[in-house]
Design a protein around this ligand. Structure first.
Ligand code: FAD
Length: 343
């Protein structure tokens, strides 16, 4: 944690790390006990694995939803959390954590946002998602200006010369879409065969035959050329070492997402094989005031299922209530009795 950061910390009762399904439900469970939460996620959208990995796949084992798509489940959870006015801090990864003399935690994100919180709820799943980056010299200098790991608005690429790299669904989907706006599209893949849905690959091959895009296979990315963050060419090599220079303004590497726990691993409590051992009854870690729920939490009999993560969220919220309201005994009430705050 940088001591040089003088920004006033945001004060809160609970800071949730991870806006996956379980982190989102934790907002609700905490809110029902009058515990105010802020929530941080390294992705630019909420939903964790459900949104990032399978938004359109149906889930069949959410109680009372015989079938619900990943993205729809997240919409419902966001709606359920909304009455408690959660504050989302997206595109930020948690970094440092230090306990203060008054027992609260000072936490800082990669973006420099600081929180002073009475409790921390780690709902980090398999870890912070980020793109798999190709090992190219000088790559960082082009990121955000000429190299992008996702396409937000296709229009941003109008008139550009684009190199798409990868052989999966994202690469093939954008290879079918970007030629409509781009000046030139190359698709670089290290194999001749693509791993995407066969009908998409067929359509992409047809586009290549019509000259709308150029398939560059079997080639791998080997270098970048350009100045001041602006690409002028992407270099590729085949397996015999023959190099080609593709004149381009933009590189879109689509090599999937990787998840890593990152700085959480240095917060002082034990972590075993990317999971955090907790007390099953409360989901508290070995560090009082820090809780772990959902896929990242480990106890005997743990199932990495959304529904078990929801139960973890309820257990943690009840334990956190003792920290936030130490002098107020809990009179347990059902939601049917106490209702929820009206908008
Ligand atoms: C293809 C597929 C199908 C599945 N089908 C089912 C199913 O049918 N039923 C079922 O119950 N489960 C299913 N699962 C599993 C289910 O998706 C997970 O159990 C669930 O997503 C776990 O939720 P979570 O909130 O604990 O973690 P995640 O969904 O992994 O969310 C964690 C979030 O935390 C963020 N994060 C992590 N570290 C940090 C950090 N340091 N700073 C900021 N943000 C951070 C991540 O970016 C991520 O958004 C499936 C999983 C996959 C991949």
């Amino acid at each position: 944690m940088t001591d040089s950061n003088t920004a006033t910390p945001i004060e809160t009762d609970a800071l949730i790390v991870g806006a996956g399904p379980v982190g989102l439900f934790a907002i609700f469970e905490l809110g029902m006990l009058k515990i105010k939460a802020h929530i941080v996620d390294s992705l630019e959208q909420i939903g964790g694995q459900c949104t990032a990995l399978y938004p359109e796949k149906p889930i069949f084992d959410i109680p009372a939803w015989p079938k619900i798509d990943g993205a729809e489940l997240i919409e419902k959870l966001e709606e359920q959390a909304a009455p408690f006015d959660p504050v989302y801090h997206l595109n930020e990864q948690v970094a440092g954590l230090a306990r203060q003399d008054d027992g609260r935690f000072l936490m800082e994100t990669s973006q420099g946002t600081r929180f002073l919180t009475k409790s921390v709820v780690i709902a980090a799943g398999g870890g912070a998602f980020g793109p798999n980056r190709p090992p190219l010299e000088g790559l960082e200098g082009f990121e955000g200006t000429s190299v992008f790991y996702m396409v937000r608005r296709r229009e941003d690429f109008r008139g550009k010369r684009i190199v798409i790299a990868g052989g999966g669904d994202s690469a093939v989907d954008w290879a079918m879409s970007l030629p409509e706006v781009a000046e030139k599209v190359y698709v670089v893949h290290r194999r001749d065969k693509f791993r995407a849905a066969p009908e998409s690959v067929e359509r992409m091959n047809a586009w290549a035959e019509n000259g709308k895009l150029e398939l560059v296979t079997p080639y791998q990315l080997s270098g970048l050329d350009g100045t001041d963050g602006q690409l002028s060419a992407v270099l590729v090599k085949d397996f015999d070492g023959n190099e080609r220079r593709l004149e381009a303004d933009v590189l879109l590497p689509f090599f999937g997402l990787a998840a890593k726990l990152g700085p959480i691993a240095d917060w002082g409590f034990p972590i075993e094989k990317q999971v955090i051992p907790v007390d099953r009854a409360t989901c508290q870690t070995a560090e009082p005031g820090i809780y772990a729920i959902g896929d990242v939490a480990q106890y005997d009999g743990k199932l990495k299922l959304i529904l078990q993560g929801f139960a973890d969220a309820a257990a943690a919220a009840h334990s956190i209530r003792d920290i936030v309201y130490p002098d107020e005994p809990l009179h347990f009430e059902y939601s049917t009795t106490k209702g929820i705050p009206s908008g």
